[in-house]
Design a protein around this ligand. Structure first.
Ligand SMILES: [Zn+2]
Length: 63
C-alpha cells in the first residue's frame, strides 16, 4: 500500500510513519527523513532517533 509523504507530497511505497505525539502520526518518505529541512522532517528525525516508528501491528493497538 502506498502512503503519501506529508513533507514532499509524493506517494511512496516505502514511506515510514512516526509518532510525534500519542495522537499524531507523521508519514514521511526516506528521502525527506534524511535530507529535508522541513519542520515536519525535523520532528520525524527526532521521532526516528527516539525509536517511535509506527509498526503496523502496533498501530492497531491503543497507546
Ligand atoms: Zn517525501
Amino acid at each position: 500500500m502506498k502512503r503519501k509523504c506529508q513533507v514532499c507530497g509524493q506517494e511512496n511505497g516505502s514511506c515510514n510513519r512516526y509518532y510525534f505525539s500519542p495522537a499524531n502520526i507523521i508519514t514521511i518518505c526516506p528521502a525527506c527523513l534524511a535530507f529535508s529541512c522541513d519542520d515536519k522532517a525535523k520532528i520525524a528525525r527526532q521521532a526516528h532517533k527516539a525509536g517511535r516508528l509506527v509498526k503496523e501491528e502496533v498501530s492497531k493497538k491503543r497507546w
